[in-house]
Design a binder for this molecule. Sequence first.
Ligand SMILES: *Cc1c(COP(=O)(O)O)cnc(C)c1O
Length: 228
Amino acid sequence: MATIPNNIQQVRARIAASCAEAQRPVESVTLLVVAKTFPARAVRQAFDAGERVFGENYVQEAIDKMEALADLREQLEWHLIGPLQGNKTRIVAEHFDWVHSVDRLKIAQRLSAQRPMQLPPLQMCLQVNISGEQSKSGLAPDEVLRVAREVVGLPRVRLRGLMAIPEPASTHEAQRRPHAALRELLQRLQREGLAVDTLSMGMTADLEAAILEGATIVRVGTAIFGAR
Ligand SMILES: *Cc1c(COP(=O)(O)O)cnc(C)c1O
């Protein structure tokens, strides 16, 4: 089945069309290929189709795939996008390049303390509960500046920006609102002097709205690998 390369081509075309509409260079958006629940050979197919940046939700599943794809390790970037418990921080600090789902200062401190010296700093986004859903993880918007100021002082992590999973919305306008709110929050951090540049937002259903509002990383699973 050649569906994964075809699907990637279609996602790349969606990103290009949105970048054109937003008058942004297509290189300003990174496609993070979300491989959760799909096997290492699916990741390898995406690699063969040119993809290099992969996202995983579950730590142990990710580690298993990294081992199966160890021959590609130098060429791949692995991002953790799923919830992170305190007892998993060491293995994450030792194996991932990025973590998008940091929602407590304590987790950032542990990741910094546990990041091996021979690796570059762990790239980090703070997850924001931008739609204010009770069940969702993430910092409340009004906590973000305080936590961000602490995280930038940690030696072995580098704060890059913000991540959100907005509440699903069916219209384009409704999809844009939470993405705009996350962009405004990033701009607030920038005005406060923090050197942040990353907006991790937009998935299969809403990547166009996210790109129009400034997403620099879109996280796409279903449109590439199919339904989970
Ligand atoms: C699963 C997941 C995605 C990908 O979602 P799709 O709708 O399959 O594209 C993106 N971000 C996070 C945090 C996820 O858990």
